[in-house]
Structure formats: structure tokens, C-alpha cells
Design a protein around this ligand. Structure first.
Ligand code: ADP
Ligand code: MG
Length: 563
């Protein structure tokens, strides 16, 4: 740790000591307010840990909060307090994993609705259990825990959740979550096991919510499901986190502070209009501060620009394997009644550049999607280095050594060029992280001609530079096989020349490439062999000069009517 951190650590320590001393001086009312601020801070920060980077809006906060409170109601008097908390954390984790596994495949509005439904479902289940098995609607909680102790426990949780968030933000998991938030498809194709990453963070966030509920439970001497699972808590947490800014660690705190006081005033003075006023606050947040207070501050006081990396163009080619590298064997893929890829067979030898060509809609992109795992074949086998890969998940295939670019360029737009490439380094078979990853990313950016743009957000790059960046991210996986989908499309003649030279240099370094391309000059100058597709079928396979002169290929390109 550098010396520059020392003043900050001292400042943090002083603030923490003051916060810890607060209950000794505060009145009952102020202590209650302090408890509200802290418990919403933990909930909103925990919510933002998961929802901030992934942009999955969860309304399940109160489900976990309520589970924590109920665990205390059930086992509170049987076990010592630390074990009660541990039990709550355990129950929260198990339920988070079950819920996560069943819902994290959903995205967008489906996830929002499901997470809301989930909280309701758990409330109904608990109600049913209490009424039918326990034979009473509510429970009493008599524990010798004072308000001061609740405050201190919440303070500890707040410190812990911020520390956890800080650590995750600097970890590979944090990067994975940001990549998922930017573009989940890209995340899978750079080797990130997206299900696992989302699940891990969802569970971590849920544990903090459950613990908050457990710590808060002794405040109520009586709880029933409508108290413990009050859906308003979930909404308030979302509004607070969004007001502050869910993208930054301290963002939610900036939303919690004003809103706890506002809600306090509203519920004291206008208890009947509370929900309506909550809605108004929500609309205000969405329209006036869409990126929260943090986003507003960053826009008006942008951070100093990062110094660009020093580029050292050094690209290491992977060792050359023996035998057919890729073996596509009678592969088909249907979409409903449409056969997009029809009984395709071809092999790719190590070191080859093979052009995959054919008219629009002939199934080229679908073929690449089948190889890279984006789609599962309806029939047939695909072997890569002798290993069956058909139907394997994209992240597994990426880690095995197949990298791809996309027909419509896909960069992680709000991340820097360097971070885009690091996304490709962090989850490959031999992952790189930290300073070594930064150095390697700089070298790869140099390789594709982006040495001086490492610090720029990807959406500020020109079209060709975004294509270069996508290529650098693919190369970061250290692939043996590279799949390019119309990578040269849309470039002007000068850029085209540069693009062809770049692909040539990759071939010279020993990379094997399948390129889908419409630019015939590029095909002629780069490819040793072409596979031609038409309506899903292979119609020719051979050297470019031969297949491009083949009458059937000419007919396919011109359309039967012109033949
Ligand atoms: P190409 O890349 O050669 O232009 P594609 O592989 O994109 O062709 O498409 C082949 C055929 O499959 C087209 O008719 C297209 O409409 C269809 N297709 C591709 N992807 C899907 C999908 N996800 N769902 C339904 N049809 C699809
Ligand atoms: Mg295509």
C-alpha cells in the first residue's frame, strides 16, 4: 500500500470512530434515524453490488431481508446470537442460490417481474406455514439486544459491505460483472461463465440483505409476514441506489442520506400519500438524474484522463498443433421450419486461412455461431483438436482456443479500449490479471494499431477502430482458431488495405482463421481455400481461383434467374 493512502486511512478511521460514538450522545429519535440510514445503506449498497454492474434490476431485496428477520424469530432464542446470524446468512445463501439458478437466465423486464414475484411468493409461503403449521400469524421476538447494539452491528455490516464491494471492484469477478452488464453475449465469448459470475454476486448481495434483516429483527417485538416482507422496502432500496448512482461503490450512500430524511418527513406528515410521493421521487430520479448523483458529478467534474499505456508490440503465436484443427461433420441447424445450415462438412488444417463465402442468408453467420457455441447444432458433430465441442457453452469453447468477432461490431462501449482487451485476458485458459494484463493489453492494442487510444472509452472510437478493438479482444484469448464475420465490411479502401495487412500478419504468426467475407479481393489475397455456402449447403470447397470460377458458385451469387 502506498504512502498516499495513509491520510485517507486516518480520515476513514476518524469518521468510523465518530460514527461508532454516535449512539453514546444521540437521543432515542436520532439513534432511530441513524439505524435507518445504516440499514438502508447496507441494503442499497448490497443491491448495487449485483444490480449496478449487471443492470439486472432486482425487486427481491425484501425477500432476503424478511428471511433474515424470520430466521431470528424462529431460532433467536435457541442459539447464541453469532450463531443466529450465521444461520440467517446460511439460509439466505441457499435461497439465493436456488433463486439465482432459476432466474438468472432471465433478463430485462422478465427478471424485474420475477424478482418481485419471488418476494411475494416467499411471503405467501411463510404466511401459509405460520397459519397452517405454526398456528398463529405472528411471532414475538424477545431478545436482550439494545438499540445501540443494533446500530453498531449495522455499522459493522455497512463497513463490511463497502469493503466487499471495493474488493470485488478490483477483482476478476468485478470485471466479469461489468462485461456482462455491457454485453452478455460478448461476456460468454471471452470465456466468462456468466451464470456462475451472476450467481456468485447475487448470493453475496443476498447474504448482506439477509443479515440486515436478522440484525433489525429485534427492533420489532412482534413480526408477521406483512411486516417482514413489506414490498415498499424493495422499492425504496432501488430508488435510493438509483438516486445515488448504482455504478459506484459509494453511490447508493449518496441516495440513502437524503431519501431517509425525506421519507421520514413524508411518512410523518403525509402517511396516506406516502406511496404516491414515493412514485414522484422515482420519476424525478429517472428523468432528472438517470445516472444518479455520481453520474451527475462525473459529468460535471470529469476525472483526469488516464495516462496511455506504453505499447510494446510483441505477439506470441500459439504452438502449432498436428492433424485437422477443426472438423465440422454433417452439421445442421434449423430455426423452426427453416434449415439455416444443412448437412455442412469441412475440415480446417492448422495455419490455414479459409474463406467462408456465399450469398446473403446462406448460413455463414449461423455456421460461425455453431462453431463458437452461440448456437447448438440440430444435428452433426464439431470437433476442435479432436475434442467434441458441439453444444458446449460459448465460454468453454472460448477457453479451449476459439475466438470470434461479430458481424455487427460489439465493443463494451463504456469501458476503455484497454479494459475491453483485458476482458479477453482475464478469463481465458491461462488468465492474466493486474499489471501483467495491462501490459499485455497494451501490446495487443499496439498490434492492431490502437496504441495511443488505450484509455479511450470504446464508444468514442471510430468504426474501424472499434473493429480493430474487437480483433484485439479476440486475440487476447490467445486463440488457435479465429472466426472473423465480415470483419472487413464497411471499411474504406485505405482501411481495407490496412485490415488485409493485419490479417496477413496474424496468418504469418501461425494463427488459423475462418473468415466470412464479401470482399473478394481480400479472399483472393488472404485465403488458401474457400468453402462456399448456398441456402445452408456447401456447394464448393477449394482454392479461391477455382471456386470463384465454378459455374454453380457464379449461379448462386447471381441468383438462378440470371444464370
Ligand atoms: P449469412 O450470414 O450467410 O448472411 P445467416 O447465417 O445470418 O446468413 O442466416 C441464414 C438464415 O438463417 C437466414 O435465412 C436467417 O434469416 C436465418 N436465421 C439466422 N439466425 C436466425 C435465428 N436466430 N432465428 C431464426 N432464423 C435465423
Ligand atoms: Mg452473416
Amino acid at each position: 500500500m502506498s504512502l498516499r493512502c495513509v491520510p485517507w486511512l486516518v480520515l476513514g478511521g476518524v469518521i468510523l470512530a465518530l460514527l461508532a460514538a454516535f449512539p453514546l450522545a444521540a437521543s432515542g429519535y436520532h439513534l432511530a434515524l441513524g439505524i435507518s440510514v445504516l440499514y438502508y445503506t447496507v441494503l442499497a449498497t448490497a443491491w448495487a453490488l449485483f444490480s449496478g454492474p449487471t443492470r439486472y434490476i432486482s425487486l427481491a431485496t425484501v425477500a432476503f431481508f424478511g428471511i433474515g428477520a424470520y430466521t431470528v424469530a424462529v431460532v433467536g432464542e435457541m442459539l447464541p446470537w453469532p450463531l443466529v446470524l450465521l444461520t440467517a446468512a446460511g439460509v439466505g445463501t441457499v435461497i439465493a442460490l436456488i433463486v439465482g439458478l432459476s432466474t438468472l437466465r432471465l433478463s430485462g423486464i422478465y427478471f424485474v417481474i420475477f424478482s418481485f414475484g419471488l418476494a411475494e411468493l416467499i411471503r405467501q409461503l411463510v404466511t401459509w406455514y405460520e397459519v397452517n403449521i405454526h398456528k398463529s400469524v405472528g411471532r414475538y421476538i424477545f431478545l436482550p439486544i439494545t438499540q445501540e447494539q443494533i446500530y453498531w452491528q449495522l455499522l459493522a455490516l455497512a463497513v463490511l459491505v463497502l469493503l466487499t464491494g471495493w474488493l470485488i471492484g478490483r477483482s476478476r469477478l468485478g470485471l466479469a460483472l461489468r462485461v456482462i452488464g455491457e454485453d452478455e453475449t460478448v461476456a460468454r465469448h471471452v470465456g466468462i461463465d456468466t451464470t456462475w459470475a451472476k450467481l456468485a454476486l447475487f448470493a453475496i448481495s443476498a447474504v448482506f440483505m439477509t443479515l440486515t434483516g436478522a440484525v433489525m429483527a429485534p427492533r420489532w417485538t412482534y413480526i408477521d409476514p406483512s411486516i417482514a416482507f413489506n414490498p415498499m422496502v424493495s422499492f425504496q432500496v432501488v430508488i435510493m441506489a438509483l438516486l445515488g448512482g448504482a455504478g459506484a461503490l459509494f453511490g447508493p450512500l449518496l441516495g440513502v442520506l437524503p431519501l431517509v430524511f425525506l421519507f421520514e418527513i413524508l411518512s410523518a406528515n403525509f402517511p396516506n400519500y406516502f406511496s404516491i410521493l414515493l412514485g414522484v421521487v422515482f420519476i424525478f430520479v429517472v428523468y432528472v438524474l438517470p445516472h444518479g448523483v455520481v453520474g451527475f458529478l462525473q459529468k460535471h467534474w470529469p476525472k483526469a484522463k488516464l495516462a496511455p499505456f506504453n505499447a510494446t508490440p510483441a505477439f506470441v503465436a500459439s504452438a502449432e498443433p498436428r492433424g485437422a484443427l477443426l472438423d465440422v461433420d454433417a452439421v445442421s441447424r434449423n430455426f423452426g421450419g427453416l434449415v439455416a445450415v444443412d448437412n455442412m462438412s469441412f475440415t480446417i488444417q492448422p495455419g490455414e486461412i479459409v474463406g467462408l463465402i456465399g450469398p446473403n442468408g446462406s448460413g455463414k453467420t449461423t455456421m460461425l455461431n455453431l462453431i463458437s457455441g452461440a448456437l447448438v447444432p440440430s444435428a452433426g458433430n464439431i470437433r476442435f483438436r479432436g475434442r467434441d465441442i458441439a453444444g458446449k457453452s460459448p465460454h468453454t469453447i472460448a477457453r479451449l482456443g476459439i475466438a470470434r468477432t461479430f458481424q455487427l461490431v460489439r465493443v463494451l462501449s463504456s469501458m476503455t479500449a484497454s479494459e475491453n482487451v483485458i476482458a479477453g485476458l482475464a478469463y481465458r485458459a491461462t488468465p492474466l490479471w493486474g499489471a501483467e494484463a495491462a501490459r499485455h493489453a497494451a501490446a495487443l492494442l499496439g498490434k492492431v494499431g490502437l496504441a495511443d487510444k488505450a484509455h479511450l472509452p470504446a464508444d468514442q472510437l471510430t468504426y474501424i477502430d472499434q473493429k480493430r478493438l474487437e480483433l484485439a479482444r479476440a486475440l487476447a484469448l490467445e486463440p488457435e482458431l479465429l472466426l472473423l464475420d465480415e470483419w472487413l465490411a464497411g471499411l474504406n479502401p485505405t482501411e481495407l488495405g490496412e485490415g488485409i495487412a493485419l490479417i496477413q500478419s496474424l496468418r504469418d504468426s501461425g494463427l488459423t482463421i475462418i473468415m466470412v467475407e464479401h470482399v473478394m479481393d481480400a479472399i483472393r489475397s488472404l485465403c488458401g481455400r474457400c468453402v462456399v455456402m448456398n441456402v445452408g449447403k456447401k456447394i464448393a470447397d477449394g482454392p479461391p481461383a477455382t471456386v470463384l470460377a465454378d459455374p454453380e458458385v457464379i449461379r448462386a451469387y447471381l441468383g438462378d434467374s440470371d444464370a
